[in-house]
Write a protein of this length. Structure first.
Length: 136
């Protein structure tokens, strides 16, 4: 049985090697993006929920692009928030990125995330169409 080509998008996370994960993985026509936190390259985290959501999706979109995908290829998203009070702000940013795409989506309120500065973390899954599956 032929094995599908597997490609990885790396992150700047110091835990990537020790935990053994990638920012995103592409196998065949599918790209799966790991939980993505709102961290800037210098390690800073903006306290504003909408800014955090925007940063998360910026990282996701860059990982998709590295593996040949776009937001239009996204079929599923997950958003984890630490309070229902920020759901509207986080959801509005999701709408900015995916308003015309309308992927299946879930938002879950969680007790906390790995870093107490984070109020949102996101994931995404993308699938290429037959016609676009030959990208990079």
């Amino acid at each position: 049985m032929k094995r599908l080509d597997r490609r990885h998008a790396r992150s700047d996370s110091p835990f990537e090697e020790s935990i053994g994960f990638s920012r995103a993985v592409r196998v065949g026509r599918t790209v799966v993006v790991s939980g993505t936190a709102p961290v800037w390259p210098d390690g800073q985290v903006d306290p504003d929920p909408a800014t955090q959501a925007r940063r998360c999706w910026e990282i996701v979109v860059a990982a998709l692009a590295e593996l040949g995908a776009t937001p239009a290829d996204v079929v599923r998203t997950r958003q984890y928030v630490v309070s229902a009070d920020i759901a509207d702000a986080v959801g509005a940013v999701h709408g900015e990125v995916f308003g015309d795409v309308r992927p299946a989506s879930t938002m879950v309120v969680v007790a906390g995330l790995l870093d107490p500065r984070w109020v949102v973390e996101v994931e995404a899954d993308a699938v290429f169409s037959e016609a676009s599956g030959t990208r990079r």
